[in-house]
Design a binder for this molecule. Sequence first.
Ligand SMILES: Cc1ncc(COP(=O)(O)O)c(C=O)c1O
Length: 465
Amino acid sequence: MLLYQHLASQLRAQIAQGSLRAGERLPSIRQLAHSHGVSIATAVQACLQLEREGLAQARPRSGYFVRAASPPLPATLPSRRRTPGTVSNPMLQDVLDMLARSDLLPLHSATPSLTLLPQSALTASLSRCLRRMPSAALDYAPPQGHLSLRRLIAQRYAQVGVTVSADEIIITAGAMEAISLSLRTLTQPGDVVLVESPTYHGILQAVAALKLKVLEVPNLPDRGIDVERLELLLRQHQVRAAVLVPNFNNPLGSVTDDEAKQALLKSCARHKTIVIEDDIYGELAWSGQRPAPLRRWDRHGGVITCGSYSKILAAGLRVGWLVGGDWTDALLRTKYFSTVGSASLPQLALADYLERHDLQRHLRQLCRALADNAQRMHEAIARHWPSSTRACTPQGGLSLWLQLPGMNAKTLFDEALREGIGTSPGMLFSSRGEYADCLRLSCGLPWSVALDRALRRLGQLADRA
Ligand SMILES: Cc1ncc(COP(=O)(O)O)c(C=O)c1O
């Protein structure tokens, strides 16, 4: 055995025995070299070996840390609503009350902390646009949105291998308006709409508001949308539209792979089900490998793709879009009678920002920070939460989904709010209040002592809830 392998095996044994615990810092390279009588190069090689094995993680300027062993995935399969029903949202008012509070540690909010976003560059773009083109900034924007921004969105799709024309893009107030507009334009009250289980609660609210019936297809933590079940449901029921989040589903963080995406599109085309694709997290692949949107394989013009700058640049600017394909004119009419058009200044400012800055570079930094936050949160959860806690281990997005068998997430939600911590209880992500023993936390906050303390407190509350 080579010297570095010998040192690595000693460290491995200390991790296995628990004398070096998840989240703890390994001795520095210098200390390792000194205490084991090896060269610096050998100590470095040993640490690199542990990193390759997934046992240690390097943090810039801080050294090597022990990684948490991957926790088991949530145990129960997602629920399956096999017959169309109505959405019940008993916690909607609780969520609205929570969102009105500014004093919370926002673990409920699936957005990156402002410190991870290019605040000063965006502020500069906003003032530049106001100064240089006050009339365009203060007047109505065209109902479809400013062409400069639509072109930039189309260019970004081209960079990831998807052909989109600026003429089929409509700028909206976030992805939420894009989804609502699509449903309002293409469905009638009483129509059946397919959603994932679990799924983002905003999708469920939009479906409920339009008096649509809902069918659920399971989304599985390790492989995304259950495409076989989807085919079965489409065979059994007449489903007008499917609202799906195949890339980094909120709350699971799961991804539906390319093969399954293509099978899903074929099923939907065969059964004439319109796909409303919510690709809001597609750009947040922590590895840097962006999963393709469904649109990439859409051969039948059956997909409306919704996107947004909320998760990557600034949620408060309220700029998102939809790619409407053959439905663009009909969607534009709905947009016009609902809001006339989206606010002009945020669109101009985002176009200005995107023309001057390297979005790809910003995304790389953001994704690195999110991956690091998620890792540290997992380590803290392993330290502070009951040992029966299960967790998804996503590779992108902004959500960590936890399950603690026996926990009542609503009780935890209420108690955590009293202590100034916002959380998203599992029931929000089901059309009929399931997942009561699950919780979604945001990994958009940079690591801090306050965050570690909050996770420890949540672990104690979860144990009692
Ligand atoms: C899956 C999903 N879709 C849409 C939205 C709404 O995003 P926007 O701010 O762009 O309206 C969110 C926000 O959390 C989300 O998670």
